[in-house]
Design a protein around this ligand. Structure first.
Ligand code: FAD
Length: 348
Protein backbone atom coordinates (compact mmCIF):
# COMPACT_ATOMS: atom_id res chain seq x y z
CA UNK A 1 0.00 0.00 0.00
CA UNK A 2 1.44 3.36 -1.07
CA UNK A 3 0.76 6.54 0.87
CA UNK A 4 -0.10 8.59 -2.24
CA UNK A 5 -0.80 8.46 -5.96
CA UNK A 6 0.05 11.82 -7.57
CA UNK A 7 -1.52 12.66 -10.94
CA UNK A 8 0.48 15.27 -12.89
CA UNK A 9 4.00 16.56 -12.47
CA UNK A 10 4.18 20.28 -13.14
CA UNK A 11 4.98 22.78 -10.41
CA UNK A 12 1.99 21.65 -8.32
CA UNK A 13 2.91 17.97 -8.54
CA UNK A 14 6.57 18.69 -7.83
CA UNK A 15 5.71 20.88 -4.83
CA UNK A 16 3.54 18.18 -3.30
CA UNK A 17 5.93 15.32 -4.10
CA UNK A 18 8.72 17.24 -2.39
CA UNK A 19 6.55 17.45 0.74
CA UNK A 20 6.10 13.67 0.53
CA UNK A 21 9.84 13.21 0.20
CA UNK A 22 10.55 15.49 3.15
CA UNK A 23 8.11 13.45 5.24
CA UNK A 24 9.26 10.00 4.06
CA UNK A 25 5.95 9.08 2.44
CA UNK A 26 5.73 6.52 -0.34
CA UNK A 27 4.14 7.56 -3.64
CA UNK A 28 3.83 7.01 -7.36
CA UNK A 29 3.52 9.79 -9.97
CA UNK A 30 1.54 9.62 -13.22
CA UNK A 31 2.56 12.06 -15.97
CA UNK A 32 1.33 12.18 -19.57
CA UNK A 33 3.00 15.42 -20.78
CA UNK A 34 -0.33 16.82 -22.03
CA UNK A 35 -0.01 20.22 -20.29
CA UNK A 36 3.01 22.49 -20.59
CA UNK A 37 2.38 25.46 -18.32
CA UNK A 38 5.29 24.76 -15.98
CA UNK A 39 7.69 23.64 -18.68
CA UNK A 40 7.27 26.84 -20.74
CA UNK A 41 7.05 29.31 -17.82
CA UNK A 42 9.45 32.22 -17.54
CA UNK A 43 10.46 30.93 -14.14
CA UNK A 44 10.60 34.37 -12.55
CA UNK A 45 9.91 34.86 -8.89
CA UNK A 46 8.96 38.35 -7.98
CA UNK A 47 6.98 39.48 -4.93
CA UNK A 48 5.47 42.56 -6.62
CA UNK A 49 2.75 43.05 -9.23
CA UNK A 50 4.61 45.33 -11.60
CA UNK A 51 1.59 46.67 -13.43
CA UNK A 52 0.12 48.34 -10.37
CA UNK A 53 3.05 48.34 -7.90
CA UNK A 54 1.20 46.28 -5.31
CA UNK A 55 2.49 43.31 -3.31
CA UNK A 56 1.61 39.90 -4.73
CA UNK A 57 -0.79 37.88 -2.57
CA UNK A 58 0.96 36.44 0.50
CA UNK A 59 4.32 37.34 -1.06
CA UNK A 60 6.29 37.55 2.15
CA UNK A 61 5.48 34.06 3.43
CA UNK A 62 5.86 32.58 -0.03
CA UNK A 63 9.31 34.06 -0.59
CA UNK A 64 10.51 32.92 2.82
CA UNK A 65 9.40 29.36 2.15
CA UNK A 66 9.96 28.91 -1.58
CA UNK A 67 13.56 29.90 -2.02
CA UNK A 68 14.89 27.47 0.65
CA UNK A 69 12.53 24.89 -0.87
CA UNK A 70 14.16 25.23 -4.33
CA UNK A 71 17.65 25.41 -2.80
CA UNK A 72 16.93 22.11 -1.09
CA UNK A 73 15.93 20.54 -4.41
CA UNK A 74 19.12 21.94 -5.97
CA UNK A 75 21.17 20.10 -3.36
CA UNK A 76 19.16 16.91 -3.64
CA UNK A 77 19.33 16.75 -7.43
CA UNK A 78 22.83 18.22 -7.69
CA UNK A 79 21.65 20.74 -10.29
CA UNK A 80 21.98 24.49 -10.40
CA UNK A 81 18.36 25.73 -10.46
CA UNK A 82 18.04 29.03 -8.60
CA UNK A 83 19.40 31.91 -10.66
CA UNK A 84 19.99 35.32 -9.13
CA UNK A 85 18.28 37.76 -11.48
CA UNK A 86 17.45 41.40 -10.76
CA UNK A 87 14.15 42.62 -12.23
CA UNK A 88 14.11 46.17 -13.56
CA UNK A 89 10.83 47.99 -14.24
CA UNK A 90 10.96 50.39 -17.17
CA UNK A 91 8.88 53.52 -16.45
CA UNK A 92 6.71 54.90 -19.23
CA UNK A 93 6.30 58.36 -17.72
CA UNK A 94 7.38 60.62 -14.89
CA UNK A 95 3.99 59.96 -13.28
CA UNK A 96 4.77 56.25 -13.15
CA UNK A 97 8.14 56.99 -11.61
CA UNK A 98 6.40 59.07 -8.93
CA UNK A 99 3.90 56.27 -8.27
CA UNK A 100 6.87 53.95 -7.71
CA UNK A 101 8.23 56.31 -5.06
CA UNK A 102 4.85 56.43 -3.33
CA UNK A 103 4.73 52.63 -3.39
CA UNK A 104 8.25 52.45 -1.87
CA UNK A 105 6.86 53.97 1.34
CA UNK A 106 4.02 51.49 1.74
CA UNK A 107 4.18 48.61 4.22
CA UNK A 108 5.35 45.27 2.72
CA UNK A 109 6.38 47.01 -0.53
CA UNK A 110 9.08 49.01 1.24
CA UNK A 111 11.17 45.82 1.58
CA UNK A 112 10.74 44.86 -2.08
CA UNK A 113 11.08 48.13 -4.03
CA UNK A 114 14.42 49.89 -4.20
CA UNK A 115 14.22 53.66 -3.69
CA UNK A 116 17.40 54.10 -5.74
CA UNK A 117 16.39 54.58 -9.37
CA UNK A 118 18.79 53.20 -11.97
CA UNK A 119 19.90 54.88 -15.18
CA UNK A 120 20.06 52.75 -18.30
CA UNK A 121 23.46 52.51 -19.96
CA UNK A 122 22.54 49.84 -22.53
CA UNK A 123 22.20 51.48 -25.94
CA UNK A 124 20.26 48.49 -27.28
CA UNK A 125 17.27 49.61 -25.25
CA UNK A 126 15.21 52.76 -25.39
CA UNK A 127 14.66 53.66 -21.72
CA UNK A 128 13.57 57.32 -21.56
CA UNK A 129 13.20 57.45 -17.77
CA UNK A 130 14.94 55.50 -15.03
CA UNK A 131 14.46 51.90 -13.97
CA UNK A 132 12.92 50.84 -10.68
CA UNK A 133 14.58 47.76 -9.20
CA UNK A 134 12.64 45.05 -7.40
CA UNK A 135 14.52 43.31 -4.59
CA UNK A 136 14.44 39.58 -3.73
CA UNK A 137 13.81 38.41 -7.30
CA UNK A 138 15.28 35.67 -9.45
CA UNK A 139 14.58 32.86 -11.84
CA UNK A 140 14.12 29.15 -11.34
CA UNK A 141 15.21 26.92 -14.21
CA UNK A 142 11.86 25.12 -14.08
CA UNK A 143 12.34 23.07 -17.22
CA UNK A 144 15.69 21.83 -15.93
CA UNK A 145 14.24 21.23 -12.48
CA UNK A 146 11.28 19.20 -13.77
CA UNK A 147 13.49 17.11 -16.07
CA UNK A 148 16.02 16.41 -13.33
CA UNK A 149 13.27 15.58 -10.84
CA UNK A 150 11.57 13.23 -13.32
CA UNK A 151 14.89 11.41 -13.83
CA UNK A 152 15.20 11.13 -10.06
CA UNK A 153 11.67 9.71 -9.77
CA UNK A 154 12.35 7.31 -12.60
CA UNK A 155 15.46 6.03 -10.83
CA UNK A 156 13.43 5.61 -7.63
CA UNK A 157 10.91 3.62 -9.71
CA UNK A 158 8.02 5.86 -8.71
CA UNK A 159 7.23 7.42 -12.09
CA UNK A 160 4.63 6.09 -14.54
CA UNK A 161 4.80 7.86 -17.90
CA UNK A 162 1.14 7.28 -18.68
CA UNK A 163 -2.16 9.08 -18.81
CA UNK A 164 -4.20 8.58 -15.67
CA UNK A 165 -7.59 7.15 -16.73
CA UNK A 166 -10.19 8.52 -14.35
CA UNK A 167 -12.77 5.81 -15.01
CA UNK A 168 -10.38 3.15 -13.72
CA UNK A 169 -10.03 4.69 -10.27
CA UNK A 170 -11.75 2.84 -7.44
CA UNK A 171 -12.36 4.84 -4.29
CA UNK A 172 -12.90 2.91 -1.04
CA UNK A 173 -13.29 4.34 2.41
CA UNK A 174 -9.71 3.60 3.50
CA UNK A 175 -7.80 3.44 0.24
CA UNK A 176 -7.93 4.05 -3.49
CA UNK A 177 -7.08 1.46 -6.15
CA UNK A 178 -5.90 1.98 -9.70
CA UNK A 179 -4.64 -0.64 -12.13
CA UNK A 180 -3.15 -2.90 -9.48
CA UNK A 181 -1.86 -0.02 -7.33
CA UNK A 182 -3.29 0.72 -3.90
CA UNK A 183 -2.74 3.95 -1.97
CA UNK A 184 -4.11 5.59 1.13
CA UNK A 185 -4.60 8.85 -0.80
CA UNK A 186 -4.70 10.24 -4.29
CA UNK A 187 -3.88 13.83 -5.21
CA UNK A 188 -4.68 15.48 -8.52
CA UNK A 189 -2.22 18.11 -9.74
CA UNK A 190 -3.09 18.27 -13.44
CA UNK A 191 -3.02 22.02 -14.10
CA UNK A 192 -5.48 22.95 -16.84
CA UNK A 193 -5.90 19.18 -17.43
CA UNK A 194 -8.35 19.33 -14.49
CA UNK A 195 -11.00 20.01 -17.13
CA UNK A 196 -10.98 16.25 -17.91
CA UNK A 197 -11.25 15.18 -14.27
CA UNK A 198 -14.86 14.21 -13.41
CA UNK A 199 -14.16 14.54 -9.67
CA UNK A 200 -12.97 18.13 -9.76
CA UNK A 201 -14.08 19.70 -13.03
CA UNK A 202 -16.79 21.64 -11.18
CA UNK A 203 -14.05 23.97 -9.89
CA UNK A 204 -13.83 27.28 -11.77
CA UNK A 205 -10.44 26.92 -13.46
CA UNK A 206 -10.68 29.50 -16.22
CA UNK A 207 -7.33 28.99 -17.91
CA UNK A 208 -5.20 31.66 -19.49
CA UNK A 209 -2.97 30.88 -22.43
CA UNK A 210 0.53 32.32 -22.36
CA UNK A 211 3.12 32.40 -25.12
CA UNK A 212 6.76 33.46 -25.21
CA UNK A 213 9.10 33.91 -28.11
CA UNK A 214 12.79 33.11 -27.69
CA UNK A 215 15.16 35.45 -29.45
CA UNK A 216 18.87 35.54 -30.10
CA UNK A 217 20.61 38.90 -30.12
CA UNK A 218 24.33 39.46 -29.86
CA UNK A 219 23.92 43.22 -29.60
CA UNK A 220 21.55 43.22 -26.63
CA UNK A 221 24.03 42.15 -23.91
CA UNK A 222 21.51 42.31 -21.06
CA UNK A 223 22.05 40.61 -17.70
CA UNK A 224 18.93 41.71 -15.83
CA UNK A 225 15.28 40.94 -16.56
CA UNK A 226 13.57 44.07 -17.89
CA UNK A 227 9.82 44.58 -17.53
CA UNK A 228 8.11 46.92 -19.95
CA UNK A 229 4.99 46.01 -21.95
CA UNK A 230 6.74 42.62 -22.23
CA UNK A 231 9.43 41.00 -20.14
CA UNK A 232 12.92 40.42 -21.51
CA UNK A 233 14.37 37.49 -19.58
CA UNK A 234 18.03 36.65 -20.20
CA UNK A 235 18.65 32.91 -20.63
CA UNK A 236 22.40 33.08 -21.31
CA UNK A 237 24.38 32.61 -24.51
CA UNK A 238 22.70 35.69 -26.13
CA UNK A 239 19.27 34.08 -25.85
CA UNK A 240 16.26 35.82 -24.26
CA UNK A 241 12.69 34.87 -23.50
CA UNK A 242 10.22 37.60 -24.47
CA UNK A 243 6.60 37.81 -23.36
CA UNK A 244 4.33 36.56 -22.17
CA UNK A 245 0.87 36.95 -23.66
CA UNK A 246 -2.36 36.56 -21.67
CA UNK A 247 -5.28 35.10 -23.62
CA UNK A 248 -8.56 34.05 -21.94
CA UNK A 249 -10.24 32.87 -25.12
CA UNK A 250 -7.86 30.52 -26.89
CA UNK A 251 -7.39 27.26 -24.93
CA UNK A 252 -5.51 25.39 -27.68
CA UNK A 253 -2.00 24.17 -26.82
CA UNK A 254 -0.37 25.35 -30.08
CA UNK A 255 1.84 28.41 -30.58
CA UNK A 256 0.24 31.14 -32.72
CA UNK A 257 1.38 33.76 -35.22
CA UNK A 258 -0.91 36.29 -33.53
CA UNK A 259 0.98 35.96 -30.23
CA UNK A 260 4.37 36.15 -31.95
CA UNK A 261 3.39 39.34 -33.77
CA UNK A 262 1.93 40.90 -30.60
CA UNK A 263 5.11 40.18 -28.63
CA UNK A 264 7.41 41.44 -31.39
CA UNK A 265 5.41 44.65 -31.77
CA UNK A 266 5.67 45.38 -28.05
CA UNK A 267 9.35 44.43 -27.95
CA UNK A 268 10.29 46.66 -30.87
CA UNK A 269 8.91 49.69 -29.07
CA UNK A 270 11.99 49.61 -26.84
CA UNK A 271 14.50 47.15 -28.34
CA UNK A 272 16.64 49.03 -30.80
CA UNK A 273 18.99 46.33 -32.12
CA UNK A 274 18.72 43.35 -34.46
CA UNK A 275 17.46 40.04 -33.21
CA UNK A 276 16.37 36.68 -34.54
CA UNK A 277 13.35 34.70 -33.34
CA UNK A 278 14.68 31.20 -32.63
CA UNK A 279 11.74 29.64 -30.82
CA UNK A 280 8.24 30.01 -29.40
CA UNK A 281 6.38 28.20 -26.62
CA UNK A 282 2.82 28.12 -25.31
CA UNK A 283 1.02 26.80 -22.24
CA UNK A 284 -2.27 27.26 -20.39
CA UNK A 285 -1.96 28.79 -16.93
CA UNK A 286 -4.42 27.16 -14.49
CA UNK A 287 -6.03 30.40 -13.38
CA UNK A 288 -9.06 30.54 -11.07
CA UNK A 289 -11.92 33.00 -11.06
CA UNK A 290 -10.91 34.49 -7.69
CA UNK A 291 -7.14 34.26 -8.41
CA UNK A 292 -6.40 32.00 -5.45
CA UNK A 293 -5.07 28.44 -5.45
CA UNK A 294 -7.29 25.38 -5.22
CA UNK A 295 -6.27 23.09 -2.38
CA UNK A 296 -8.20 20.59 -0.34
CA UNK A 297 -10.05 17.33 -0.06
CA UNK A 298 -12.98 16.19 -2.17
CA UNK A 299 -16.27 16.86 -0.36
CA UNK A 300 -17.38 13.22 -0.79
CA UNK A 301 -14.11 11.34 -0.41
CA UNK A 302 -11.67 11.88 2.46
CA UNK A 303 -8.74 10.32 0.55
CA UNK A 304 -9.06 12.30 -2.73
CA UNK A 305 -7.25 15.65 -2.84
CA UNK A 306 -6.35 18.45 -5.19
CA UNK A 307 -3.64 21.07 -5.65
CA UNK A 308 -4.28 23.38 -8.58
CA UNK A 309 -5.02 27.00 -9.49
CA UNK A 310 -1.44 28.22 -9.23
CA UNK A 311 -2.31 30.77 -11.92
CA UNK A 312 0.48 32.97 -13.17
CA UNK A 313 2.64 32.73 -10.05
CA UNK A 314 3.19 29.04 -9.51
CA UNK A 315 6.83 29.33 -8.46
CA UNK A 316 6.06 31.23 -5.29
CA UNK A 317 2.58 29.85 -4.60
CA UNK A 318 3.31 26.13 -5.21
CA UNK A 319 5.64 25.21 -2.33
CA UNK A 320 3.70 27.07 0.40
CA UNK A 321 0.29 25.80 -0.70
CA UNK A 322 1.65 22.24 -0.98
CA UNK A 323 2.97 22.41 2.57
CA UNK A 324 -0.36 23.71 3.89
CA UNK A 325 -2.23 20.99 2.01
CA UNK A 326 0.08 18.26 3.31
CA UNK A 327 -0.46 19.46 6.89
CA UNK A 328 -4.18 19.57 6.26
CA UNK A 329 -4.28 15.97 5.01
CA UNK A 330 -1.83 14.47 7.48
CA UNK A 331 -2.35 16.59 10.60
CA UNK A 332 -5.87 17.89 10.10
CA UNK A 333 -4.71 21.51 10.14
CA UNK A 334 -7.33 23.72 8.49
CA UNK A 335 -6.50 25.32 5.18
CA UNK A 336 -7.04 29.04 4.83
CA UNK A 337 -10.53 29.80 3.51
CA UNK A 338 -8.93 31.67 0.60
CA UNK A 339 -7.32 28.49 -0.76
CA UNK A 340 -9.68 25.74 0.39
CA UNK A 341 -11.85 24.31 -2.40
CA UNK A 342 -14.70 24.38 0.11
CA UNK A 343 -15.31 27.95 -1.07
CA UNK A 344 -16.72 26.52 -4.31
CA UNK A 345 -19.00 23.94 -2.72
CA UNK A 346 -22.07 25.63 -4.20
CA UNK A 347 -20.82 24.98 -7.74
CA UNK A 348 -21.18 21.19 -7.40
C1 FAD B 1 3.80 31.43 -20.70
C2 FAD B 1 3.78 31.25 -19.22
C3 FAD B 1 4.68 31.96 -18.44
C4 FAD B 1 4.69 31.80 -17.05
N1 FAD B 1 5.65 32.45 -16.32
C5 FAD B 1 5.68 32.29 -14.97
C6 FAD B 1 6.70 32.90 -14.19
O1 FAD B 1 7.60 33.56 -14.72
N2 FAD B 1 6.66 32.74 -12.85
C7 FAD B 1 5.68 31.98 -12.22
O2 FAD B 1 5.69 31.87 -10.99
N3 FAD B 1 4.73 31.36 -12.95
C8 FAD B 1 4.70 31.49 -14.30
N4 FAD B 1 3.73 30.87 -15.03
C9 FAD B 1 2.66 30.15 -14.31
C10 FAD B 1 3.10 28.77 -13.88
O3 FAD B 1 3.75 28.18 -14.94
C11 FAD B 1 1.88 27.96 -13.42
O4 FAD B 1 1.41 28.52 -12.24
C12 FAD B 1 2.27 26.51 -13.18
O5 FAD B 1 2.90 26.00 -14.30
C13 FAD B 1 1.08 25.64 -12.86
O6 FAD B 1 1.59 24.35 -12.56
P1 FAD B 1 0.68 23.07 -12.51
O7 FAD B 1 1.55 21.96 -12.04
O8 FAD B 1 -0.58 23.35 -11.77
O9 FAD B 1 0.23 22.82 -14.02
P2 FAD B 1 1.06 22.16 -15.28
O10 FAD B 1 2.40 22.73 -15.37
O11 FAD B 1 0.14 22.30 -16.40
O12 FAD B 1 1.21 20.67 -14.81
C14 FAD B 1 0.19 19.72 -14.83
C15 FAD B 1 0.78 18.40 -15.23
O13 FAD B 1 -0.21 17.37 -15.16
C16 FAD B 1 -0.08 16.51 -16.27
N5 FAD B 1 -1.37 15.85 -16.47
C17 FAD B 1 -2.57 16.44 -16.70
N6 FAD B 1 -3.54 15.50 -16.82
C18 FAD B 1 -2.94 14.30 -16.66
C19 FAD B 1 -3.42 12.93 -16.67
N7 FAD B 1 -4.70 12.62 -16.85
N8 FAD B 1 -2.52 11.92 -16.48
C20 FAD B 1 -1.20 12.21 -16.28
N9 FAD B 1 -0.71 13.48 -16.26
C21 FAD B 1 -1.56 14.51 -16.43
C22 FAD B 1 0.33 17.46 -17.39
O14 FAD B 1 0.96 16.80 -18.45
C23 FAD B 1 1.26 18.43 -16.67
O15 FAD B 1 2.61 18.02 -16.71
C24 FAD B 1 3.73 30.97 -16.43
C25 FAD B 1 2.83 30.23 -17.21
C26 FAD B 1 2.86 30.36 -18.59
C27 FAD B 1 1.91 29.55 -19.43
Amino acid sequence: MLDYIVVGFGLAGLSFVEQLELNNRSFCVFENYSQKSSRVAGGLFNPVILKRFTPAWSAQEQLEKSIPFYRNIETKLQESLVIDLPILRRFNSIEEQNTWFEACDKPILNQFLSTKLLKNSNLALDIPYSYGKVKHTGRIDIKGMLSAYLRYLDQKKCLVNESFEYNELIINEDFVAYNGLKAKNIIFTEGFGIKNNPLFNYLPVVGNKGEYIIIKSEALQLEEAVKSSVFIIPLGDNHYKIGATYNHDDKSPEITNTARKEIQKKLERFLKVDYEVVGQVAGIRPTVRDRRPLAGTHPDYQNVHILNGLGSRGILIGPTTAEHLYNHIEHNISLSKECDIERFEKLR
